[in-house]
Each structure stands twice: as structure tokens, then as C-alpha cells.
Design a protein around this ligand. Structure first.
Ligand code: FPP
Length: 241
């Protein structure tokens, strides 16, 4: 496992994205309900946020709830929505004081509960002027849905006859949920699964991937630093030579 001192401070990736996976398995291994895994996952997440602040990351984006997660049993969806609402509410003052800007990425309409949306909007409003770290939480997010929504916005913005030449990578990127979100440099996924699962589908085209068998509740800043140390040994060519 790596420490902060093992990293080259001049080559910290500006944007790290994380698929936090394995909460359910962590709980099952201990004979606990899945919800206990999510609760432990909250601690892991805030250790990672602390680590991100410690090394001066400028963007951290995490996948909290996917469009596909709506298909989970109603009781787990209900738990996760209450959980998300509580976390956003209870952590926002502390994050605000530490200069963190909170942003959300995803479809802000049904079935997302209004009460969760209100907490999201309040956290965004409250922290809008912070610059130290942009912490983006993907919630009710799916990469394909995001591209579909961007194309729909493009259709609304132009009349159909003149649209053809206006459908470009740039015009679609400008209509993603957060056009200001830079492309991630490094994407981490826990729990041994080696997939991106519809996370940042458009933005992650040239992102470096890093996988670990660690289950999300066992993850922490030392794993984050380990992933960054590995990233710093790679050469990025973006399709060039
Ligand atoms: C995946 O584990 C994890 C989740 C669905 C939720 C992760 C969310 C958090 C840790 C809190 C983040 C919330 C906010 C608002 C910042 P899984 O249930 O898919 O695990 P499994 O694959 O082992 O079943």
C-alpha cells in the first residue's frame, strides 16, 4: 500500500473517478445485512475524500447509484435513497468548511425522490463557490442515458432541418450533465470486477483504469495512493505515438 510520500506531487492526476463496488459482498462475508456494507462504505468514502484533500486532487467523482440500481429490491432502493439523503445532509457543512464543492451527475427526475433532489440542490448551492476540490456524486446516473439526454437537448436547441452539421463530439459534450467536468485521468473500481458499467461512458474514453480486489468498505486513502502511484508509472498517449 502506498503513502502520500510515495507520490510525485507534480503528477497527481487532476481527476480521479471511482466505482465503489462490493458493499453487499463485504456484508455477506460477515453475516451482516447488505445495508451494513453500505454503512461501512460511507466511512471508506470519507477516508478517500480526506486523502484527496491531502494530496490536492482537483476533482473526485464517485458512482453512488446507477440508473440500473433502480432495479434492486424496493427495500434496498428505499434504504439507499434514505442513506444518500442523510449522507448529503450530514456531511455538507463539514465539506463546505473544508472548501469542497459538491456536484451531482445524473437524471434529476423520477424515480429520484423530491426530498433527495432538494438535499442535492441545497448542497450544490451552498458549496458552489468552493474551489479546493470538486466532489461529484453520480446519483441516478447512467452513461448511455446521459448521452441520450445530451442528444435530446441538442434537438431542442436546433431545428431539425439544420441539425446535421451540428451533431459533433463538441456539441454533444457541451450538453452532458456537467459540461464543466473534465475527463477523468484515472478510474478505479473495487471488488475485483473489471468493467466500467456505464460510468462516465463518454468522458472515460482515454481514462487509465485501475482495478483492485479490495471490497469498497475496506478501501481507503492508502488504496487511492496506490492507484495513483501505479498511474504515475504509465505513459498516456491518447491514441498518438
Ligand atoms: C455498491 O455495492 C455500492 C453502492 C450501490 C452504494 C455505494 C454508496 C456509498 C458508499 C455512499 C455514497 C453516497 C453519497 C451520497 C456520497 P454493491 O451493493 O453493488 O455490492 P455487491 O456488488 O457486493 O452486491
Amino acid at each position: 500500500m502506498a503513502r502520500k510520500e510515495d507520490l510525485d506531487p507534480k503528477r497527481i492526476p487532476p481527476h480521479v473517478a471511482i466505482v465503489m463496488d462490493g458493499n453487499g459482498r463485504w456484508a455477506r462475508e460477515r453475516g451482516l445485512p447488505r445495508t451494513a456494507g453500505h454503512e461501512q462504505g460511507e466511512k471508506a468514502l470519507y477516508d478517500v475524500v480526506d486523502g484527496a484533500l491531502e494530496i490536492g486532487l482537483s476533482h473526485l467523482t464517485v458512482y453512488a447509484f446507477s440508473t440500473e440500481n433502480w432495479r434492486r429490491p424496493a427495500s434496498e432502493v428505499r434504504f439507499l435513497m434514505n442513506f444518500n439523503r442523510r449522507i448529503i445532509h450530514s456531511r455538507r457543512d463539514e465539506l463546505h468548511e473544508r472548501g469542497v464543492r459538491i456536484r451531482f451527475l445524473g437524471r434529476r427526475s423520477r424515480p429520484l425522490p423530491r426530498s433527495v433532489l432538494r438535499e442535492m440542490e441545497e448542497a450544490e448551492r451552498m458549496t458552489a463557490r468552493n474551489r479546493r476540490l470538486v466532489f461529484t456524486i453520480a446519483l441516478s446516473y447512467g452513461g448511455r442515458t446521459e448521452v441520450v439526454d445530451a442528444v435530446r437537448r441538442l434537438l431542442e436547441d436546433h431545428d431539425a432541418g439544420r441539425l446535421k452539421g451540428r451533431v459533433t463530439e463538441r456539441s454533444i459534450a457541451a450538453r452532458l450533465y456537467d459540461p464543466d467536468l473534465p475527463e477523468p485521468d484515472l478510474l478505479i473500481r473495487t471488488s475485483g470486477e473489471q468493467r466500467t458499467s456505464n460510468f462516465l461512458l463518454w468522458q472515460a474514453a482515454y481514462t487509465e483504469l485501475w482495478f483492485t480486489p479490495a471490497l469498497w468498505p475496506d478501501f481507503g486513502r492508502a488504496h487511492l495512493f496506490e492507484a495513483i502511484r501505479d498511474y504515475q508509472m504509465r505513459e498516456r498517449r491518447f491514441g498518438g505515438v
